[in-house]
Design a protein around this ligand. Structure first.
Ligand SMILES: Cc1cc2nc3c(=O)[nH]c(=O)nc-3n(C[C@H](O)[C@H](O)[C@H](O)COP(=O)(O)O)c2cc1C
Length: 188
């Protein structure tokens, strides 16, 4: 069985991000044949087409980081029923310059935690639309909408609720299988 390298994006810039806690939980619960590396979005300037002929070093490094992984995982909050601007900015960088879209055919999955009951469901629909245009190969099932409570998760990503832990473990197993299926027909 192959080992796959997963680059993950945290859609939040918050120092107390619940989505960063969720990402820690996912890494702990993932199958052993997945390796994880965070692809940080924090240092990217705001994208403009003016950069297309001469990308700044932060953006070049960002695109190289995506090239170096087999798949991507988005762990993101919902902001105003969509995705955070910082994440959209990062996706815009990855998609350019024209003809050098870093997400073309890449296996991808998304998950998010919210303090609200909808658990980022609406934001994820926005993200799906964007990644669809970017031609990413999205896992469409299972979906994962997590309502975060301080009792449910430890700050280190420990999951205190057994049914949530089981669900997240299964989610990561399904993502691993999705990566395998996509790369079997569309090797990177
Ligand atoms: C600008 C802003 C917009 C938000 N919009 C939503 C929203 O549309 N839906 C939702 O469930 N929570 C929303 N929230 C609350 C977030 O779920 C909450 O702040 C959460 O902690 C963000 O995730 P993070 O801790 O990983 O940054 C919003 C928060 C902010 C700061």
């Amino acid at each position: 069985m192959s080992t796959y390298k997963v680059g993950y994006f945290i859609g939040s810039l918050s120092s107390t991000s619940i989505n960063r806690i969720l990402a820690s939980a996912l890494i702990k619960l993932a199958p052993d044949d997945l390796e994880f590396v965070e692809i940080a979005i924090r240092d990217l300037p705001l994208y403009s087409q003016d950069y297309d002929d001469d990308f700044p070093p932060e953006a070049t490094a960002f695109k190289e980081a995506i090239s170096a992984v087999d798949a991507v995982l988005f762990v993101t909050p919902e902001f105003n029923r969509s995705i955070p601007g910082a994440l959209k900015n990062a996706i815009d960088w990855a998609s350019r310059p024209w003809g050098q879209n870093s997400f073309d055919h890449i296996p991808a999955a998304m998950i998010g935690a919210s303090v609200g009951k909808l658990g980022t469901a609406v934001g994820q629909q926005s993200l799906r639309a964007v990644l669809s245009f970017c031609n990413a190969r999205q896992m469409t099932a299972p979906e994962a909408y997590i309502q975060y409570t301080p009792e449910g998760f430890g700050e280190d990503g420990t999951v205190n609720d057994a049914s949530t832990e089981k669900f997240l473990r299964k989610y990561m197993l399904e993502f691993r299988n999705h990566i395998h299926r996509v790369l079997t027909v569309l090797p990177r």
